[in-house]
Write a protein that binds this ligand. Structure first.
Ligand code: HEC
Length: 131
């Protein structure tokens, strides 16, 4: 009985410490980059262009589809969206629900707190960082 409750406490403490939320690989990095999943396609560093996806430096407040030379989908280009925090939140929760026909292949982040961390990261103008 005693062993069981101590085990429960230890697991509880691990969850509170955030060990449960890093993709389940069993190791807990000291700091997890909230936009790690985006870096395969996007750059967040000012001026860095990638053919795969538009640059996201300073995206908060910009109209959708505004990177010169990037081949956006018609759906996004013609969406009329301005990337407020609310619109970014909706796009990151479910890109194809907000912009049917978007070329962004990303299933969506169901966790609202993680979406907020991503948006904070973009608004703070941080560049690409490993982890
Ligand atoms: C598989 C590649 C890929 C991944 C992963 C990805 N994106 Fe995208 N993203 C794209 C593409 C391609 C577009 C352009 C979509 C279009 O034209 O419809 C885009 C567009 C966007 C836009 C609109 C940019 C603009 O100029 O209007 C935002 C904001 C965005 N992505 C955020 C993110 C965030 C945040 C993540 C990580 C959670 C992410 N994306 C993950 C490929 C990706």
């Amino acid at each position: 009985m005693k062993t069981t409750s101590i085990t429960t406490l230890v697991f509880g403490a691990m969850i509170l410490a955030g060990c449960g939320g890093n993709g389940g690989n069993g190791t807990a990095p000291a700091r997890t980059n909230p936009v790690a999943a985006c870096l395969t396609c996007h750059s967040f560093t000012k001026g860095v262009k990638r053919p795969t996806a538009p640059n996201l430096h300073d995206i908060v407040g910009k109209p959708a589809g505004s990177e010169p030379g990037f081949r956006y989908s018609d759906a996004l280009k013609n969406s009329g969206i301005v990337w407020t925090r609310e619109k970014l939140d909706a796009y990151l929760a479910d890109p194809r629900a907000l912009v049917p026909g978007t070329r962004m292949i990303y299933a969506g982040e169901p966790d609202a707190a993680r979406r907020q961390a991503m948006i904070d990261y973009m608004q703070n103008g941080e560049g690409d960082q490993a982890q």
